[in-house]
Design a protein around this ligand. Structure first.
Ligand code: SAJ
Length: 440
């Protein structure tokens, strides 16, 4: 009898496999598109009815996915969305792209993965492969996904059902490296699981990097983002040291960056935002506690990065005092609140911490961000000022938190009285200007 593995691999090769993506967010929708554009029929499974109706109407709510591309796949019958997981009875391959945030306690929140597994489990069947993409600690796929999908259904992993992990490497706003052309690491619970998962992904993604286990794939992702978080923490601490030494950290970093080997440039800032870099490493340090190991690099870098909003506010306070203005009663315009330039994502943005700290010190704060017309956070709402240049002129100080490329920085330097530049956005702006500029 032909094995479930052989049947599945053949279905991937002739594109007759029916594919599902659970979670149509900034990872899941681009992945669904890549599979659909490769020729598979793709069902997007989402609990958010707005996302379901948007996709089925040929719309896109993800900045990096054009609506025209979605419409084309929907019209071709190769992409549609639903909230009904029972369709999985007829599906051969499922990719799970759900959030893995932190709880308020700082512990991993795996509730989205558990919920997705519980939604899939009733329809898990022989001849199915399930790949988890959500960033998580090593062991999650084997300890949490496997029992829920195989154990409860009496399915034999590696014979009936195939389970693997493949970390997402989506960088919101980036156009040079996409879901299709970014090398994709894939590791299975067993050899057969790796065979099936790589056979699937190879049909749609240019380069699939097979590793020996799901744990290696999970850990590789955490290394990628921990590397980044720790190096950002290093330059943030350098900024604090240079401040104590009365030195310009930006000049120091630019000088070091002239070394053509053995150095990688990172830049300081008012904090560490996003849903990956500040969070993924803490999944690893949390896991290591169970092995009675304290991941000191991660803990220290997290402490330094978390403290940067306070450091930025202290620089703002010093700058105001130098021009004879107290914090209390001053009016500050924050430029850019997204967690990084040229995107509309506010998650974990340090701007939120800076605004909160300034407000607590009696500063009246407005913001402008071309990508975020308004936002609500905890129990406060704010709207982007309608007239940027009028707001710049009216402010006692302008604080650049996110250096969107859309800003006319020379104009802002001529209209503002005082600028605290936490991103060295003005570094390249030469020439005379009216504003007094302070860098982080
Ligand atoms: N940041 C700094 N200094 C730096 C670089 C970043 O302060 O030198 C800050 C940013 O302002 C932001 C935060 O760190 O607040 C995260 O920035 P990021 O550039 O790492 O952007 P992310 O969070 O979107 O990271 C994603 C990650 N991609 C995935 O997890 C799939 C990350 O692995 C990528 O390396 C990163 O994009 C990228 O290279 O742009």
């Amino acid at each position: 009898m032909t094995s479930a593995k052989a049947i599945l691999i053949e279905k991937f090769q002739d594109k007759s496999a029916r594919v599902a993506v659970v979670g149509l967010g900034y990872v899941g929708l681009p992945l669904a598109m890549v599979f659909a554009e490769a020729g598979f029929e793709v069902i997007g499974l989402e609990i958010d009815h707005f996302k379901v109706s948007s996709i089925n109407n040929g719309d896109s709510y993800i900045q990096d996915v054009p609506a025209e591309a979605v419409e084309k796949m929907v019209k071709a019958g190769r992409l549609w969305a639903s909230s009904d997981f029972s369709i999985l009875h007829t599906v051969d391959a499922v990719s799970v792209c759900v959030p893995t945030p932190l709880r308020k306690t700082g512990d991993p929140d795996l509730s989205f993965i558990v919920s997705a597994c519980n939604s899939i489990a009733p329809y898990a069947h022989a001849g199915m492969v399930v790949v988890l993409e959500s960033s998580t600690y090593p062991g999650t796929t084997r300890e949490l996904v496997l029992p829920r999908l195989a154990g409860t259904n009496g399915l034999d992993v590696g014979e009936d059902i195939f389970i693997a992990f493949s970390p997402e490497r989506v960088d919101p706003g980036r156009t040079d490296w996409t879901t299709r052309n970014t090398p994709k690491v894939v590791g299975g619970i067993s050899e057969n699981c790796s065979d099936v998962a790589t056979a699937w992904y190879q049909q749609a993604i240019n380069s699939v990097v097979r590793v020996s286990s799901a744990e290696v794939a999970e850990m590789a992702k955490l290394l990628e983002n921990t590397f980044r978080m720790i190096n950002i923490g290093l330059v943030n601490e350098l900024a604090i040291m240079c401040d104590r030494l009365g030195m310009d950290v930006w000049e120091v970093i630019d000088a070091a960056a002239t070394k053509p080997f053995g150095f990688m440039k990172f830049t300081p800032g008012p904090g560490l935002g996003g849903h990956c870099i500040p969070i993924d490493p803490l999944y690893l340090s949390w896991k290591m506690k169970a092995f009675n190991y304290n991941a000191r690099f991660i803990e220290l870098a997290s402490e330094i990065n978390t403290n940067m909003p306070r450091f930025a506010v202290s620089k703002i306070q010093d700058a105001l005092n130098r021009v004879g203005r107290p914090m209390r009663g001053s009016h500050i315009l924050v430029l850019g609140v997204a967690y990084k330039p040229d995107i509309n994502d506010l998650r974990e943005s340090p701007a939120l911490d800076v605004i909160h700290l300034l407000t607590r010190k009696g500063v009246s704060v407005e913001y402008h961000d071309p990508y975020i017309p308004q936002f609500s956070h905890d129990n406060w709402q704010m709207e982007s000022v309608p007239d940027l240049h009028q707001a710049v002129k009216a402010a006692d100080a302008v604080v650049i938190i996110t250096n969107h490329s859309a800003y006319d920085y020379p104009a802002i330097m001529n209209e503002a009285r005082l600028i605290i530049d936490t991103r060295n956005a003005l570094g390249a702006c030469g020439g005379r200007h009216n504003a007094k500029v302070v860098r982080l």
